[in-house]
Every structure is written in structure tokens, then in C-alpha cells.
Design a binder for this molecule. Structure first.
Ligand code: UFG
Length: 340
């Protein structure tokens, strides 16, 4: 039996694929490579280039490879873009997930681990955030992820498909092998932008807002190592296989760091000058987002092991130094000249 990983060529998807392969799972990656990278998928995984809105191709893939479980990453995930073009997010994220679930129904695949987000909460009512806190997304991206979660609930009721939804906080860092890491086009996330500045690829890092009600006035986020997120997917898969029950879990390391703390720690880790400039607030940024992951710890047995911000930044820095152009870096261009 094989695990189908939609979006397995993306950032969190590829780290989860690596973790699945490390524990001996047979993996089929399904990705349309619009934002993912073929180079991020190791040769030991099967690869199908396809769109999640292609029900027939999904069904055929599930049938051909005797898929027993799905891990679903494939989605657009830029908050700003989702506000400009919500239709794009409903089309790919919501309709695409409906297509995936239909294919699962037809092929009798009964387990799905789902890549959700802290963006479903919107402005938090308390810190740390718990899974049963109010859910009021403040952007279209978060709304589509919430809709996808809710859709799964109804497919469970109607068709017995169990799901585990994992609500990530701020994914960061890179795999210990140095072979895979973060490469978004365009890049909007704080840590890669800070490290690109350290490499001299950007003149400065912008700090979006210094007037938040936090100690140093900048936003606080819960940065969680991508390999710790990957481990949680394996535990979720195990829980679905052994217990056949659904659940929703936050994944964060429970500690918050401000934008200024991230930049200062990056200066220490890289030994480089990282010029920073104050700018206005970015629309829609809550002041503080920190997770309570007690539920994942208690019920899935998850224990993040790379929780030191220095360690997270050092692993990301290792990737950026060796792959300054991401997957287009010369060291990663595939034999035969194929690149992303
Ligand atoms: N920031 C800057 N300068 C930058 C980029 C970011 O100051 O150039 C700040 C942001 O304002 C924010 C913090 O750094 O306060 C982190 O920003 P990111 O863009 O790295 O991450 P977000 O917290 O905005 O978003 C992340 C995920 C989203 C998810 C969200 C859930 O990337 O997909 O968490 O809360 F929706």
C-alpha cells in the first residue's frame, strides 16, 4: 500500500515525503509543479505530474498504486494573493479538494491527513491558541482552508473517510540532508527574506510595523521546524491507520519570537550584516500568533525536537548558502539539464 502525497513537491510536502521515505513508506507524489519543484522529490518516490482538479487522473493514480492513505498539501497559500484573487483560491483549494475527496470515495481510500493553517483562527482571542477557540478567518486563504476542513467532516459522515487536519503556525528551516528547503516564487516569508538579505541578494529586510502591542513593537510568531511538522504527519497517518478516527490539531512550538528577534538571531547565526528598515504594518497581520500544541502532544504523541530559534535559522541558512537560487542552483540541476 502506498501513501499519495498531493503537493509533495512543495516546501512542507517535500519534507514530509522525505520523512515518509526514511521510515520505509512507499510514496507517490502528485503535483502539478506550478509552485512545487521536481528536484524536491527524491528518485525513491514515484512521481505523477497532475492537477488535483483532474478527478480521473487522481482516481487512476490511486488505483494503479493501491493507495491506502492521502496526505493533502496541494493548495495555493499566499495570503495577500488570496485577498486580490479569492476565486483562484476557491477554485484550486476548495474545488480541488472536492475532486480529491470524490476520487477517494470512488477508490475507497478512507484516510486523509490535511495541511491546514493557523490562518483559520483570524485574530486570536487568547494566546496560546487552542483548537476550540473561535474560528474567524480574516483572509480568503484561511477561509478556503477552513472550508476544506469542513468539507472533510461531511465526507466523513457520508462516506466514512477519516481525516486529521494539522493547523501549522509558521513553518521554517530545512532538512538536515541539505538537499531540500524553502523556495517560493515570489518569496513573502520573513525567514527566507532575512537570509536572502544576509546573502546580499536583497538590500534590506522590511519590518512591517513597530507599533504592535508587543514588547519591542513587532509581531510575534510561532516558528516551527519543517521537519517537526513532517514528523507530525507520520504520527497522524499512524493514528488514522490504527484508530480510524478524525481530529484537528495545532502544530507550533509554543514559543513566540518577534520580527526583531528573528532578525537579530539571524545576524548571530549568519555572522552577516542584515540591514533592516521600518515600514508600515502589512494589512491583516495579527500582533501575536502562538499555538498551544498540547492536543497534538497528548493525542498524537508529537514532540517537536528542533525548537531553538537558532537551530531553525541555522538549518535554513545551510540551505540558502548552498542553494542561493533555491532549486535552480547549479548543485541541484538534474542530470540531463532538467530544472524547475
Ligand atoms: N514580516 C516582516 N517583513 C517581511 C515579511 C514578514 O516584517 O518582509 C513579518 C510579518 O508582518 C509577520 C512576520 O514577519 O509579522 C511573519 O510573516 P510571514 O509572512 O513569514 O508569515 P505569516 O505569519 O504572515 O504567515 C504564516 C504562513 C501563512 C499562514 C499564517 C498563519 O506563511 O501561510 O502564518 O498565521 F496563513
Amino acid at each position: 500500500m502506498k501513501v499519495l502525497v498531493t503537493g509533495g513537491a512543495g516546501y512542507i510536502g517535500s519534507h514530509t515525503v522525505a520523512a515518509l521515505l526514511e521510515r520505509g513508506e512507499q510514496v507517490v507524489v502528485y503535483d502539478h509543479l506550478e509552485t512545487g519543484h521536481r528536484e524536491a522529490v527524491p528518485d525513491s518516490a514515484l512521481f505523477v505530474e497532475g492537477d488535483i482538479r483532474d478527478v480521473q487522473k487522481l482516481e487512476q493514480t490511486m488505483k494503479d498504486y493501491e493507495v491506502d492513505a492521502v496526505i493533502h498539501f496541494a493548495a495555493y497559500s499566499l495570503v495577500g494573493e488570496s485577498m486580490q484573487n479569492p476565486g483562484k483560491y476557491y477554485e484550486n483549494n476548495v474545488y480541488g479538494t472536492k475532486c480529491l475527496l470524490e476520487a477517494m470515495v470512488r477508490q475507497q481510500v478512507k484516510r486523509i491527513v490535511f495541511s491546514s493553517t493557523a490562518a483559520v483562527y483570524g485574530e486570536p482571542v487568547q494566546i496560546p491558541i487552542h483548537e476550540d477557540d473561535p474560528i474567524v478567518p480574516t483572509n480568503a486563504y484561511g477561509e478556503t482552508k477552513l472550508t476544506m476542513e469542513r468539507m472533510m467532516r461531511w465526507y466523513e459522515t457520508a462516506h466514512g473517510i477519516h481525516f486529521i487536519s494539522l493547523r501549522y503556525f509558521n513553518a521554517a528551516g530545512a532538512h538536515a540532508s541539505g538537499e531540500i528547503g524553502e523556495d517560493h516564487q515570489p518569496e513573502t516569508h520573513l525567514i527566507p527574506l532575512v537570509l536572502q538579505t544576509a546573502l546580499g541578494q536583497r538590500s534590506h529586510i522590511s519590518i512591517f510595523g513597530e507599533d504592535y502591542p508587543t514588547e519591542d513593537g513587532t509581531c510575534i510568531r510561532d516558528y516551527i521546524h519543517v521537519s517537526d511538522l513532517a514528523d507530525a504527519h507520520i504520527l497522524a497517518l499512524d493514528a488514522l491507520r490504527s484508530q480510524s478516527r478524525s481530529g484537528i490539531y495545532n502544530l507550533g512550538n509554543g514559543q513566540g519570537f518577534s520580527v526583531k528577534q528573528v532578525i537579530e538571531t539571524a545576524r548571530e547565526v549568519t555572522g552577516r550584516d542584515i540591514p533592516a528598515r521600518m515600514e508600515d504594518r502589512r494589512a491583516g497581520d495579527p500582533a501575536v500568533l502562538v499555538a498551544s500544541s498540547e492536543k497534538a502532544r497528548n493525542e498524537l504523541g508529537w514532540k517537536p525536537s528542533r525548537t531553538d530559534l537558532r537551530e531553525v535559522l541555522a538549518s535554513a541558512w545551510e540551505w540558502h548558502v548552498h542553494h542561493p537560487q533555491g532549486y535552480a542552483s547549479p548543485s541541484l540541476i538534474r542530470k540531463g539539464g532538467e530544472s524547475s
